[in-house]
Design a binder for this molecule. Sequence first.
Ligand SMILES: *Cc1c(COP(=O)(O)O)cnc(C)c1O
Ligand code: SF4
Length: 338
Amino acid sequence: MTKPEQLLRLLQLQPGQIRGYTSAHHQFPLRVPRSYIARMRQRDPQDPLLLQVLPVSAELNDVPGYTSDPLAEQSCMPVPGVIRKYTGRVLLTVTGACGVHCRYCFRRHFPYADANPAARQWAPAIDYINSHADIQEVILSGGDPLSLSDSRLAGLLARLQSIPHLSRLRIHTRLPVVLPERVDNQLLNWLQGSRLRCIMVLHLNHPNEIDASFRRACDRLRAAGVILLNQSVLLKGVNDNAMVLSSLSESLFSAGVLPYYLHQLDRVQGAGHFEVSNDRARAIMDTLHAALPGYLLPRFVREEPGSRGKTPEWPATSQPQFQPGVVQMSRAARDKSA
Ligand SMILES: *Cc1c(COP(=O)(O)O)cnc(C)c1O
Ligand code: SF4
């Protein structure tokens, strides 16, 4: 569905009930599947799923520090479609399309036309991976990689599998969440048949996103040997609350998914109204930590341009971590006792 007025009608809402209602958003229009709408509450203008997808006028505000390429990704592309930021793993942006347009998305301004290898033009990306034997893992990203057809995915996978130094395939996708039917037999067949260890990093932000059809999709993925993890983004008005996040972790676990990351918002133009302050975020993490077993506690991180991995935002590190005096003393003590 792509028309805000139609979405509101389905939910029995009037435009006047939405703060900053706007019917048109040309650059990054409304996009949301029916099956996701079915999980929204009727007549609730604050529904946490609705807030993630409905364009509002606050997106047009210029907020200082918010830019169109907050992660400077456009500067680490050795060949089209390959993002090389991390050691041992590369990101392939295989498509610009998504099943849903999340209003906070850091890729909302991304020039996919330049970054995506067009149909059957994987060759430069495959050659790049082939010639870098230190790469063990390929991360399919986008956009949403599962918006590619099964046959295109199978073709890509066949090429990746033939690269001997690759051992893992990771897929970052929101489609099994917003459109669980996407987890079809063909997809399961190619995942199951792969020699690569498959990891799927799903993207749920709120426990209301979990319903019977999502659980079924997860069951089938796990039966095909796929390891399921989840990453969320901390979003004001959606999940900036320890009760909601702990319920999300519990529900994910019962669906066979482990919480992986909770991201501090990327500072992308148009998303400033979703920001949660670091102080508030850390207080939420403290509460979560007290409420959950360690394996249900997501790592609260921030993505920084030019960094080789995520930056942990919790626990707060106010103390200097490295105290040379202490290290020297203990080394001296050890030498003495040796
Ligand atoms: C962080 C991130 C990665 C890789 O990071 P890991 O620390 O290996 O999980 C890949 N894709 C996206 C979209 C990310 O945000
Ligand atoms: S599915 Fe992922 S990539 Fe697509 S709009 Fe949402 S957050 Fe962005």
